[in-house]
Unconditional design. Sequence first.
Length: 226
Amino acid sequence: MQIQRRRCGILRVAYNKLYEFYGPQHWWPGRSRFEVIIGAILTQNTAWRNVEKAIKNLRAAGCLSSPSKFHNITAKRLSRLIRPAGYYNVKAKRLKNFTGYLVKRYGGSLDKLARVETGRLRRELLEVNGIGPETRDSILLYAFMRPVFVVDAYTKRIFSRHGLVTRGASYESVQALFTKNLPPEVNIFNEYHALIVRLGKDHCRKRPRCEECPLKSVKLLAKHLW
């Protein structure tokens, strides 16, 4: 129980320091719920700036007006439009898999999908070929406003360096660290994940810039966790 309380305290201190240092991140960028979902799938294994180029192409082509219209785009044309995001043939299939699932089960209606209970929706999305735990939870958090914490490579890197998780920890165990120690609020989960990504890009790189890191003092606290 004492360790649990200390973990909770360290995570909250880390959040406050990151927020104070970086400010609000305004995630996830997107003009509609559907666009957020498309972005979540496109951002796999690429930088967001590349995704923005692909989404700009999709907007210009009028492909984001509805999931059903998107689903009717040929795979060849879709691959050309999303080329800037990399792995475009693979990602075109993954996007079509998602819209196919949406059209088949929910008539292409995101409003109907939004009414599905969180646990069931987590299971269904994971069954869609090409959607893994991180993409699924990004869709749940950012598109459907569900209090689900998103774990990515930055999360594992940062918090293993701070001694709160092991380097080989599973997605579920890292996610549980946050969900058990933070209030289940969409705004907090949203902002925390965005701040973690910012920290990973700016300071906690593969070669970390520890002297400039806003969590330097938090690392000292974490050393005494055990």
